[in-house]
Write a protein that binds this ligand. Structure first.
Ligand SMILES: [Cu+2]
Length: 150
């Protein structure tokens, strides 16, 4: 009886291990092309963009973000209201299993609010990301001019 139980436990832990990730070498979540938009010194708000790939076979969620340069960092999406485009705050960004979600201009983005200092093209800014399942990630986002972001 004891042996059977042990076998069941072993089998289930092996299966759980192999199901957790699609690609063993990859991180649970990969960030690519992280960028922050350069803004004039008078502007106290900017946005950050990136591609977020969920390498696991479970849906995950980006639940918060923070940067060294802004007091507040929110997740936003653009919505059309009649002819007018406006931004709406998101509680989280869904990261479907095995898929890449792109935060980009005109779409979802991180909003950096109350900038503590000027952000200049060419410098690199630390962005901390928190997920529902994956461990926290710290990534470097390059500050880019509007033209370089297109
Ligand atoms: Cu926004």
């Amino acid at each position: 009886m004891r042996n059977h139980l042990l076998l069941i436990l072993l089998t289930s832990s092996i299966m759980a291990g192999s199901c957790g990730k699609i690609n063993k070498a990859a991180e649970p979540v990969d960030i690519q092309n992280a960028a922050v938009l350069e803004v004039p010194p008078v502007q106290k708000t900017t946005a950050a963009f990136m591609s977020i790939k969920n390498n696991t076979s479970d849906d995950d969620y980006l639940i918060s973000a923070e940067t060294e340069v802004a007091e507040v960092c929110e997740m936003h999406k653009m919505v059309m209201e009649g002819e007018v485009m406006r931004m709406e705050k998101l509680d989280s960004v869904e990261l479907p299993a095995g898929q890449t979600v792109v935060l980009k201009r005109g779409g979802m983005h991180l909003m950096l609010i109350n900038l503590k200092r000027e952000v200049k093209a060419g410098e690199s800014i630390t962005v901390k990301l928190k997920f529902k399942n994956a461990n926290d990630l710290t990534v470097k986002a390059e500050v880019k001019s509007m033209d370089d972001l297109n």
